[in-house]
Design a protein around this ligand. Structure first.
Ligand SMILES: [Cu+2]
Length: 141
């Protein structure tokens, strides 16, 4: 009898303790990253990240982009100091690109500095035409 009562109290405490934790760690389902022009490219746009079951869908929409394929990646670091490529994205063609990066979550991308950048062309990777830092938006907090 007293053991049952104690168990119920423990259970109630456990639920009370878990609820605020669950609310504070709600998964990020969507995130919009603003892509700013670099090197006077005139290319600006957005990257829309959507959490799917098996990964993150990344949709790039860029104004002022040429028909020529422009390589795009998720890099570690920031636009001010880009580091290595961690996830290649589908090259941007006529301003659009859609990729599902498998096996990751948006929250994982937010844990350390990362940025999405677009290169001028496959033959001129050194010239960046657009970049945006992956940071949490205020609406998702
Ligand atoms: Cu890159």
């Amino acid at each position: 009898m007293s053991i049952v009562r104690l168990s119920l109290v423990s259970l109630a405490l456990l639920v009370c303790a878990a609820l605020p934790f669950a609310a504070a760690t709600a998964a990020t389902n969507t995130l919009t990253v603003t892509l700013n022009a670099e090197n006077n490219s005139g290319e600006t746009g957005t990257a829309t990240l959507t959490q799917e079951t098996g990964g993150v869908q990344v949709v790039l929409a860029i104004k002022g982009a040429p028909a020529t394929a422009q390589p795009a990646h998720i890099h570690t670091g920031t636009c001010a100091e880009l580091k290595g490529v961690v996830y290649p994205l589908t090259s941007v063609t006529n301003g659009s690109s859609t990729t599902v990066v498998k096996g990751i979550t948006i929250d994982q991308l937010l844990k350390s500095p990362m940025a999405i950048n677009v290169h001028k062309s496959a033959s001129d990777l050194a010239t960046y035409v657009a970049c945006g830092n992956i940071v949490a938006s205020s609406s998702s907090m």
